[in-house]
Ligand binder design. Structure first.
Ligand SMILES: [Zn+2]
Ligand SMILES: [Zn+2]
Length: 361
């Protein structure tokens, strides 16, 4: 028997999202049904609504969630009904080209539920990032539901599922920030501040936060930034060099993903430094750089997909850090809202007024 649930659906490109009843099937082999308790609003949901990710409308939005497993399909041994889980949009298959090369964090064939959730008339929904958690219930592959300590409340725990993991992992996994490194982070929204927290925990000696908004820079200091630069009135490349003896930093994280921030990131690195791009650019963006500078400045130019994380390994670690007071997830929660408030939350996100709006179900 399918389960009826209220959910946030993007019916067509660019149109405001709607709260509609959907049907969630019972879990099939390898699948689990999750009662969603909280789900953060991420830029990616807005990109889906606007058709920037694909044209497989209607989309069931939401992908940064925590909840409780309600039922499991045949063959599922973990998680079990009643387990408290954070949903992951990466569940490595173990068999693709990348998994075979022992790089499961790039898995090219990540597992998802194969049964479709639908509108009441049977129209199949495309679940955002294979999750679809702006819904009272959702269906995912068992490996996407990562069991964590239930003492972390869902509003905070769910944030691990996307933005916080992406930023934290961009610093720790992709950037390889280590003890004594100097780091700069461009863009201090949810992802950027998580990168600051990650760099700080990894032992960075100096973490320079760069943004256009003084309020966000204040928040960045509380996540562990040692220095802040408001790039509205200052050349951030010069400012970072001035803070690092004229050299630039070892690792730069671009959490914005625009040509101008990428260029700044490229030039604020020390020689042989690492640039990590975690902010997602628009398809029409272009960048031009002198080829001689790519060669002579050396180092690494990397993209970070979901913080190069392994959810089954990393989610419990971040939850433990939260519960021991070493990762302040609460500070990312700007407001809690209900399913009907997604459009206003998108607007606040676009205006840069919130780190995270979190839907409570
Ligand atoms: Zn996201
Ligand atoms: Zn794989």
């Amino acid at each position: 028997m399918p389960h009826e649930a209220r959910a946030v659906v993007a019916l067509k490109k660019g149109a405001p999202v709607e709260v509609l009843p959907i049907l969630v099937p019972d879990p099939g082999p390898g699948e689990v049904l999750v009662a969603v308790q909280a789900c953060g609003v991420c830029h990616t949901d807005l990109h889906y609504r606007d058709g920037a990710i694909g044209d497989e409308f209607p989309y069931l939005l939401g992908h940064e969630a925590a909840g409780v497993v309600e039922a499991v399909g045949p063959g599922v041994t973990e998680p079990a009904p009643g387990d408290y889980v954070v949903l992951a949009w990466r569940a490595p298959c173990g068999q693709c080209r990348s998994c075979r090369r022992a790089r499961p964090w790039y898995c090219f064939n990540s597992r998802n539920a194969t049964r479709s959730m639908t509108l009441l008339d049977g129209t199949e929904l495309t679940a955002a990032l294979g999750i679809g958690a702006f819904a009272e219930k959702t269906l995912v592959a068992a490996e996407q539901a990562v069991k964590v300590d239930p003492s972390a409340r869902p509003e905070a725990a769910g944030l691990i599922g996307c933005g916080v993991m992406a930023g934290y992992g961009a610093a720790v996994h992709t950037g390889g920030v280590g003890s004594g490194d100097t780091v700069a982070v461009i863009g201090c929204g949810g992802v950027g501040n998580a990168a600051i927290a990650g760099a700080s925990r990894a032992g960075a000696r100096r973490v320079i936060a760069i943004d256009l908004d003084d309020g966000k820079l204040d928040a960045a200091e509380r996540f562990g930034a040692t220095d802040t630069v408001n790039s509205r009135g200052t050349d951030p490349v010069e400012a970072v060099r001035a803070l690092t003896g004229g050299h630039g930093v070892d690792v730069v994280i671009d959490a914005v993903g625009r040509p101008e921030t990428y260029r700044q990131a490229f030039y604020m690195r020390d020689l042989a430094g690492t640039l990590v791009q975690v902010g997602v650019p628009a398809p029409d963006m272009r960048i031009e750089l002198p080829l001689i500078d790519l060669f002579s400045r050396g180092g690494a130019l990397k993209s970070s997909w979901y913080g190069d994380c392994l959810p089954s390994r990393d989610f419990p670690v971040l939850i433990d850090l939260f519960l021991s007071g070493k990762l302040d997830l609460e500070r990312f929660i700007s407001e809690t809202i209900v399913l009907d408030d997604i459009e206003p939350a998108f607007a606040k996100m676009q205006r840069g007024e919130v780190l995270r709006s979190v839907v409570v179900l």
